[in-house]
Design a protein. Structure first.
Length: 296
């Protein structure tokens, strides 16, 4: 005879996969713990920089010319802006259009595409000092550009090119194929589809890659010491030796006499990075909002 199964009481539920529930609870707690630790570390770093640097911000730090009395960061700040703009002008178009070719035009399974991806991933992991040595040997010595703004910008462009390429490629892959099929169905060609449909939809991901590239440019020191130099003055031309904010901080801390000014420079650098991220995020939201309103 079959044994009768007692009916469940009201409000009671059968417990199934209890070990799985325990594992899910453990993983959820692990994720929350990791997120909390990451947030605390970030808050500690930002707080440490602000506490150490804000009290030492003086108007003399923003003088137009650097000397041993004011330790001005203004020349380095202007040079950082020029260096970033020039490096992005060189790397961003190449990275974006290279990713467009790899995703939209190259045949799937193409060995050339696989080779480019492997090379991009490999170049992303190379230490910056290696790029600096390459830039010194090729741009500074072989091309005889000397320690200059343009030599540093070309070196940084080579550094961030794999990053822009890979992030743009992933952003383009995340665009649904239905967008492309709908555009083709309406009679649009591939070129029009890419520039009118695919690229606007991938703008947030592309901007994320550019932001990461800007962060690497602004914080780079090793490569620029070998290619742009450490001269504390504004660049008179593309072939002038200069220093960026990160190199300026390194030079001040290495001397050991201007640690307070180093902390103040770190605060300015932090504010610049936060401002760039906020501006890029706002631009991405506006573009997406304008695209949505246009679609309506």
């Amino acid at each position: 005879m079959r044994q009768a199964v007692a009916p469940l009481k009201a409000g009671a539920t059968r417990r199934k996969n209890y070990p799985g529930k325990r594992s899910a609870t453990f993983m959820r707690a692990l994720v929350y713990t990791a997120a909390a630790v990451t947030g605390l570390v970030l808050l500690f770093l930002v707080g440490y920089i602000l506490v150490k640097g804000v009290p030492h911000i003086r108007p003399s730090l923003f003088a137009w010319k650097y000397n041993t009395t004011n330790q001005s960061l203004m020349p380095a700040l202007v040079n950082t802006i020029f260096m970033t703009m020039l490096a992005l002008l060189l790397a961003a178009p190449l990275g974006i259009f290279g990713a467009v070719y790899l995703v939209e035009y190259a045949r799937r399974g193409n060995k050339f595409v696989s080779l480019v991806r492997i090379m991009a991933e490999t170049l992303s992991g190379i230490p910056s000092i290696v790029y600096g040595l390459f830039g010194m040997l090729f741009f500074v010595q072989t091309l005889k550009w000397g320690l200059s703004l343009i030599a540093g910008a070309f070196t940084l462009a080579i550094m961030i090119l794999p990053l822009v390429l890979r992030t743009t490629e992933e952003a383009l892959k995340s665009v649904p194929d239905a967008y492309r099929e709908g555009s083709f169905g309406l009679g649009a060609g591939r070129l029009r589809t890419v520039f009118a449909i695919v690229l606007p939809a991938a703008v947030p991901g592309i901007l994320a890659g550019i932001i990461l590239g800007i962060g690497r440019i602004v914080g780079e020191t090793a490569a620029l010491i070998y290619t742009a130099g450490t001269v504390a003055k504004m660049a008179d031309s593309l072939f002038s030796s200069t220093r960026t904010l990160a190199v300026h901080m390194y030079s001040l801390s290495r001397e050991g006499l201007y640690i307070d000014q180093t902390h103040a420079t770190a605060v300015v650098l932090l504010l610049i990075v936060v401002g760039i991220n906020a501006l890029s995020s706002s631009t991405a939201r506006r573009l997406m909002k304008g695209r949505t309103n246009g679609a309506k």
